[in-house]
Write a protein that binds this ligand. Structure first.
Ligand code: SF4
Length: 424
């Protein structure tokens, strides 16, 4: 048997000093992630305990007319709740009772905290415990926070998945757990490749239905599919699972590195590995080459937002021939993004956190060809003549894996093309 080549995660930007900033930030809150989580978990309902602002944010983030009954909603805290003049727990119990009586399709209910519920210190874990006792075994009730106080929008998914870890049932079976909500088509592609590599038991967190929620244990290895799942990773490691450290599966290089790290852990033969990945890998290379023509030689500046910044900078530099000027991330967890940092050639400023005015000054001075940022910054920067890419689009669009590598490059080349057309 030919042993698979080991991967060394050092060099590149591994030792680049990180510019840490703590000032005003321009980010969305964690409620936003309900939009993709409710699509993935088909029998879950997300009940935000929040204000009218939270309800409006959810509605506008959904961005579409909802024809079926939605699987998210807001239990609005009125002034009397906020002033402590009413028992918010009693009101919440009444809302949940009404909701579950009307919606027999709900099997998992998430009580999602918000800024107002945190400010009045409403204990949603107590509420979740009480409601679980009332509605078990039909409905499982969990809670997490999506509050905008000190969070970014992708932390909503992290908090949601972390809330599920303590209630996962146990198994000693040897298996692979893929952690992170992926569009079904992408998840299927990964499972197909991993199955061809000979990995027999593959589970996902989150699962699409309550009865498919994985059992886990000390023989479960897990691989993150998103770099923003630090709290979930910690909870799984705390439960005795082992994480497979790898670059994230964006582009041909990232996907190959991610698959290789998993294959190493499951003792896949080098020849078998190369045989399985060679065709999709070649397709990805070709698609990126075609889509990245407009990107080669161009520069990119990342504002901190989605937490995908470091793996995406690695993709744009190594596979699309771009130069990264600054790669800003809300948090830099080296234990998680270390392999991507190691593959990112030295050069860019790596920054963590934000002081938005200072960062805007650096960006204006650098005049990047493309700026990746949140919606709040994109319009003013476009107005100043810079091309921008909304970071949130990268979370809503299927961009992982070999088959989506060309689409990922195209997402960045489109704004550049548009700016060139406008200049003609
Ligand atoms: S959770 Fe906080 S930041 Fe998010 S919509 Fe509600 S009030 Fe606004």
């Amino acid at each position: 048997m030919n042993e698979l080549a080991k991967i060394e995660f050092s060099g590149g930007c591994s030792d680049t000093p990180i510019l840490k900033e703590r000032g005003q930030r321009e980010v969305f809150c964690g409620l936003t992630s309900i939009i993709w989580l409710h699509r993935k978990m088909q029998d879950a309902f997300f009940l935000v305990v929040g204000s009218r602002t939270c309800a409006h944010l959810l509605q506008s983030a959904a961005g579409v007319m909802i024809f079926a009954e939605p699987r998210f909603g807001t239990a609005i805290l009125e002034e009397k709740d906020l002033a402590g003049m009413a028992d918010a727990h009693d009101e919440l119990d009444r809302e949940v009772k009404k909701l579950l009586a009307r919606r027999s399709d709900i099997k998992q209910l998430f009580l999602v905290g918000s800024c107002p519920s945190e400010v009045i210190k409403l204990d949603l874990s107590r509420a979740a415990e009480r409601l679980t006792k009332l509605y078990t075994p039909k409905v499982r009730v969990l809670n997490y926070t999506g509050s905008g106080i000190e969070t970014t929008f992708t932390q909503g998914e992290d908090a949601c998945l972390a809330s599920m870890v303590p209630v996962l049932s146990a198994t000693d079976e040897k298996q692979l757990l893929l952690v992170g909500a992926l569009p079904d088509v992408v998840e299927d592609q990964f499972i197909n490749i991993l199955t061809e590599l000979g990995i027999e038991k593959i589970k996902t967190l989150p699962a699409t239905q309550k009865d498919k929620i994985p059992r886990v244990g000390k023989n479960t290895r897990f691989a993150l599919v998103q770099p923003f799942l630090g709290e979930t990773a910690e909870a799984l490691e705390g439960a005795g699972l082992r994480r497979i450290s790898a670059p994230f599966p964006f582009g041909e290089e990232g996907t190959t590195g991610w698959l290789r790290a998993i294959a190493n852990d499951f003792n896949v033969d080098e020849n078998d590995f190369n045989e399985v990945i060679s065709a999709p890998r070649a397709r990805a290379k070709k698609a990126v080459e075609a889509a990245a023509k407009k990107l080669t030689g161009k520069s990119v500046f990342f504002f901190p937002d989605s937490q995908l910044e470091i793996p995406l900078a690695r993709f744009l530099v190594n596979e699309c021939g771009m130069t990264a000027i600054e790669v800003g991330a809300p948090y830099v967890h080296k234990s998680i993004v270390g392999p991507d940092l190691a593959l990112l050639p030295k050069g860019p400023t790596i920054s963590e956190g934000q002081d938005v005015d200072l960062q805007l000054e650096r960006c204006r001075k650098a005049k990047p060809d493309i700026t990746v940022c949140g919606l709040g910054l994109a319009n003013p920067l476009e107005g100043e003549g810079l091309s921008t890419k909304w970071a949130i689009e990268l979370v809503f669009t299927p961009v992982h894996g070999y088959e989506q590598a060309g689409d990922l490059a195209a997402l960045f080349s489109r704004p550049i093309k548009r700016r060139e057309v406008l200049r003609l």
